[in-house]
Design a protein around this ligand. Structure first.
Ligand code: DGJ
Length: 334
């Protein structure tokens, strides 16, 4: 009898310890820490570089280049994570996994995936930058019936016949979807409207004559704000912004989003996201701190911006919490 009680006691203790350990491991994060390792809900650093965030209902899907060390070097991957609070991200798998699409050289790249949801066709349409030695300059399209894939590659092309390197995405208040793409020979970057089914780039809206990549746009209190970085490869530079009352322009001149000497705190713009809360609409910048030699370890800056009346400013990246109900963010002690 004594033995059975002892055994049962030990079993209960083990169960208690296991539960405690699992709870600690899977503990919810409350703070966003820009620039640090960002563990997903399994504890692995998020692999969604050069990414985009798509909101479907109350769920956010973060897509980006997956560059984990364990991946097959002959394939290219797009990782997908979901979250309701922009803080805790659950890995939903590599939703696009591609071998060389056709005749491209072995060193081809797939960068900056962005996913649009088309309400009419109920399809998720992914745009990516496809390149070889950064000379091919094309976009690729992949499609899925679900936000979590699998996405199927469709084709690659020059949008409207132009060269296209870094891409960004923008959905306007009326639901119209736009691709932002850097068109180097034309000396700037373009905003172009997608076709009704999002399967093509249909209409050039504007060419912003500024040597900018990592282009991102947001509409806030009657103005379009556009952010981008300079063309310095993987090295950081002072990112800049311009505003306009219409996507067609005219756009203001580009101004710094942070003190130029800090080179955007080592980050490069990728996307602007709006969180509309009961008390505040917060605009966040999603940016990448690239580590070209150890890309899997590249970090993210997801930071609330100071924005309004034609001004936009990135505060020093620091830990903060975000209240998804009120839209408010609060910096926390480090
Ligand atoms: C800068 C771009 O923004 C990145 O996406 C990547 O293409 C690097 N250049 C490659 O040097």
């Amino acid at each position: 009898m004594k033995n059975i009680l002892l055994k049962r006691g030990r079993l209960l203790l083990t169960l208690f310890l296991v539960t405690q350990f699992t709870d600690t491991f899977a503990q919810k994060q409350t703070v966003i820490r820009p620039g640090e390792i960002w563990p997903d809900t399994d504890g692995n650093h998020i692999q969604a570089h050069g990414g985009g965030i798509t909101q479907i209902g109350d769920t956010y899907y973060w897509y980006g280049e997956a560059r984990a060390q364990s991946q097959d070097p002959d394939r290219r991957y797009v990782g997908c994570y979901s979250s309701k609070d922009l803080t805790n991200w659950k890995f939903r798998g590599n939703v696009l996994e591609m071998a060389n699409p056709d005749t491209l050289a072995a060193n081809w790249v797939l960068e900056r995936p962005k996913v649009f949801y088309n309400k009419k066709t109920k399809k998720y349409v992914m745009y990516v930058h496809i390149d070889v030695n950064y000379k091919l300059a094309q976009v690729g399209i992949a499609v899925s019936n679900k936000p979590t894939g699998p996405f199927e590659y469709v084709r690659r092309f020059h949008p409207l016949g132009f060269e296209s390197r870094d891409i960004g995405q923008f959905i306007d208040e009326d639901g119209s979807a736009y691709l932002i793409f850097e068109d180097r020979p034309s000396g700037g970057f373009r905003i172009a409207k997608l076709s009704d089914d999002y399967m093509d780039v249909e209409k050039n809206i504007c060419l912003l004559k500024e040597r900018i990549e990592g282009g991102a746009i947001i509409y806030y209190e009657g103005l379009y704000y556009c952010v981008g970085s300079g063309l310095t490869g993987w090295k950081p530079n002072p990112n800049k912004y311009a505003t306009a009352t219409s996507l067609e322009g005219p756009w203001t001149e580009f101004k710094d989003i942070a003190p130029p000497e800090v080179n955007t705190y080592g980050a490069q713009s990728s996307m602007l996201i709006k969180v509309v809360g009961s008390k505040k609409t917060t605009v966040l910048l999603l940016a990448d701190i690239w580590k070209p030699e150890t890309q899997w370890d590249s970090r993210y800056v997801l930071m609330p911006l100071e924005i309004g009346n034609g001004k936009l400013w990135l505060p020093t990246p620091q830990p903060y919490t975000i209240n998804m109900k009120t839209g408010e963010t609060t910096f926390v002690e480090q």
